[in-house]
Design a binder for this molecule. Structure first.
Ligand SMILES: [Zn+2]
Length: 557
């Protein structure tokens, strides 16, 4: 009854103009919900109002009612969650967009299925077209690496170069080897930082190329056109918005940065992008910043990304001790150590942000040492060094993230995925400080979560489930794998919002629901805080809002 009276009174008031003019009214109002603000000052609320792309009110339903005008869109949350949009702090965004339209090998669980999918895809593209992407996972069929013979008979006219889901190895067929000029008799040597997998009897390339050896084939693939990249961006953006992601940090290069700039100039960039380029081009980025500044709230740049090592899946992550299941190797540095150090020093001295991939314990320690030395040599500044992945840490490394103010940019879904087989690879001791979310937070580190899409799915709900429950995706660890490293739902959401914002220097603009912040918001179909953690994974995104504009709405019915 009271509500009815309020509504009537409000209606009258608006017509009478007592509540202010129509231009004072909100564009968008959410009410009746479970608002998780991510803001410690006002942790929860039931209503939020948005105007001109910004949040103008946060509170109870009556706090926003006076902002509802004739043109205001009112979203009745009816108990659903409204929270800041997810930030995915590590993606390969345009690769992902291109792959959305390519061959999918991700869940090919047998060699026969692998072959069948490539055969089927080859029939859909003209002869001569390179078949790339794939994201296969040889662990699904027991760990045997694919060989070129698996696909040669179904792709006589299509060069194939399909990658493992971590991007650290790829399979070439015979047509691709011919075009790349790699000697089919096996005379092409392994390049530094890479391996050509060979037939043990003949020494001929067997098809798989690891890490820097992939360049031998990749150089033969014609570059993508601008139109290809523009299409990839739109496909990727749609995919992100459907998953509640309002901002991505993209680990790529200048052609991606230019693609985002074209989209922004045409008013076709529907989410926020921090565009990071390769550390090898730090001088070019320094000059680009001098000329063009750092971008704006929708698209910005100023970070460079390098690599210390490879990946656990490819046994190229760099450890102190040999792999438990491959005692001949401890992994290795995939970059020249002097070059990488010089790149970090140069970029830091130019005021750029440095982000470096480190997976193995030795790689992380090496990088923490370099970061310490560079910070000491160049003096204090708000530099926000990042370690991407920070997957396997020596026990002594954990406290150093907080001490050295290094952001741990991690991907919780990798834990659910690698957790199936990581122990076989690195043994029971090293596994204890793997994906050490709890330990890092307890030590005071900033976590920024992401997907590493397309290595992991671009889906923060799956990542949230992984961080909170630490279940592995094979269902083998229902109560959590290394459960001592579980973190709470709120800690997880912070790593996906404020943590990512901090990692991208935008924590004063997005990542929390507070008055004055840009209105990047997501509506989830349930009250997350009262959901049984085991059902979090069923959560669906109902609406995604970027800068006050509804960018995605789940079709009803
Ligand atoms: Zn990555």
């Amino acid at each position: 009854m009271k509500r009815l009276w309020m509504a009537l009174a409000l209606g009258t008031a608006i017509t009478a103009g007592c509540y202010g003019s129509e231009e004072d009214m909100a564009d968008l109002v959410f009410r009746g919900g479970a608002v998780w603000t991510g803001d410690d000052a006002v942790p929860s609320a039931s209503a939020v109002a948005v105007k001109n792309g910004r949040i103008v009110a946060v509170g109870s339903d009556p706090d926003v009612d006076h902002l509802v005008g004739r043109e205001t869109r009112v979203v009745e949350l009816a108990g659903r969650t409204l929270m800041p949009g997810f930030i995915d702090a590590h993606t390969h965004f345009l690769d992902g967009g291109a792959k959305l339209a390519g061959v999918n090998l991700r869940d090919a669980a047998t060699p026969e299925e692998f072959t069948r999918r490539i055969a089927e895809f080859a029939r859909t593209v003209p002869a001569g077209t390179w078949i790339t992407g794939g994201d296969w996972d040889h662990e699904l069929w027991g760990g045997e690496l694919p060989r070129k013979e698996w696909v040669d008979s179904v792709t006589p006219d299509h060069p194939v170069f399909v990658n493992r889901l971590d991007g650290h190895m790829a399979l070439a067929n015979s047509a691709a080897l011919r075009l790349s000029g790699v000697d089919s008799a096996g005379r092409t040597p392994d390049p530094a930082g890479g391996t050509i997998v060979r037939d043990p009897t003949t020494g001929e390339p067997a098809g798989v190329f690891k890490d820097d050896a992939m360049g031998l084939v990749r150089r033969a693939i014609p570059g993508e056109t601008e139109a290809d990249l523009d299409r990839a961006l739109q496909a990727a953006a749609r995919h992100a918005l459907e998953h509640g992601v309002t901002q991505v940090h993209d680990m790529a290069g200048f052609s991606s940065l230019e693609t985002y700039r074209r989209a922004e100039a045409r008013n076709e960039l529907p989410l926020r992008v921090y565009s990071v380029v390769s550390i090898g081009s730090w001088e070019r980025l320094r000059d680009f910043v001098a000329q063009n500044g750092h971008g704006d709230d929708l698209l910005w740049w100023g970070g460079v990304k390098g690599f210390v090592d490879g990946s656990l899946g490819s046994t190229t992550a760099w450890f102190y001790e040999p792999y438990s299941d491959d005692p001949n190797t401890s992994g290795f540095m995939t970059s020249d150590s002097a070059d990488l150090r010089a790149g970090i020093e140069g970029a830091d001295s130019a005021g750029l942000q440095v982000l470096v991939h480190a997976i193995g314990d030795r790689a992380n320690d090496w990088l923490l040492d370099v970061y310490r030395d560079v910070a000491a040599a160049h003096g204090p500044r708000d530099r926000r060094f990042r370690i991407e992945h920070a997957q396997h840490l020596s026990p002594s490394a954990i406290a150093r993230f907080a001490e050295q103010e290094v952001i741990a940019s991690m991907q919780p879904y990798h834990a659910a995925d690698d957790g199936r087989w990581a122990e076989k690879r690195i043994g029971p001791e090293r596994i204890k400080t793997t994906y050490a979310f709890r330990s890092l937070l307890d030590a005071g580190a900033t976590l920024a979560f992401g997907s590493d899409w397309t290595v992991g799915p671009l889906d923060p709900i799956l990542g949230t489930d992984a961080a909170v429950t630490r279940r592995t995706i094979d269902g083998a660890n229902p109560d959590g794998w290394m459960p001592q490293e579980k973190i709470t739902l709120e800690e997880t959401l912070k790593a996906y919002t404020a943590g990512g914002a901090r990692a991208g220097f935008v924590e004063n603009k997005v990542g929390r629901i507070a008055v004055g912040m840009l209105a990047d918001l997501v509506v989830l179909d349930r009250d997350l805080m009262t959901t049984d953690p085991k059902s979090l994974v069923d959560t669906r995104v109902d609406m995604t809002v970027v800068g006050g504009k509804v960018a995605y709405e789940r079709p009803t019915g």
